[in-house]
Ligand binder design. Sequence first.
Ligand code: PEP
Length: 250
Amino acid sequence: MRRRIVAGNWKMNGSKDLAKELVGYVRSETGSLDNGVEVVIIPPALYIGDVLSQARGDLAVGVQNIAQWESGAYTGEIAPAMAKDAGCRYVLVGHSERRQIFGETDEMVARKVSLAVASDLTAIVCVGESLEEREAGQAEAVVARQVRSGLISVTQYSEWQNVVVAYEPVWAIGTGKTATAEDAQTMHASIRSVLKDMGAPADEVSVLYGGSVKADNASALFAEPDIDGGLIGGASLIAEDFVSICRSLP
Ligand code: PEP
């Protein structure tokens, strides 16, 4: 069985107050859901402790980025093992903002995935094409390359248990434009076939959709057979909307 996940990426937003109000509300509203959703909150690293104390073990917590090294003289970086030690269960790797703004390459993504998995964190590995790549008919090839190179170090069955893929078309992130459920399903099926070709237990790897998922479009996306949940940016900061998205998983 694949994990069904709704993860909220706060990006560089939030505060101690938001951690208290939003996480407490999400915890109380999603606790009784019977759709098997695992709710993950991914705040800025400074608020992980605040979120953990509100989550009280009912919600999982993740970190938005980790270093590509285990430890040492890397001022400002967070080691994978530290994220685990602090109570995180998830880490985002290769978010398009990290790739575009901070120059994160496929090779860096691969190193981070390898370290995350070794630290028993579940890596949510983000992949997705730009608008130019989609218009040039290269979307599936670009995403396949990102999946193959980002996950190159993952070989063992136990390691695949700590990998989630998030398909996030770059043109849909924070833009209000969403892939149609049909286009997203086509890409998710393509990702699953790449995973199979890599020797992964492809039917057990969760593939999330991200990119302007809102309360009013989540149900259509989540109804597709290869979409196992969502990675939510903007809407994860609005408590009622985020809860409604969690409820949209069938
Ligand atoms: C994201 O940050 O991963 C994301 C999908 O953002 P948004 O939902 O705001 O498009």
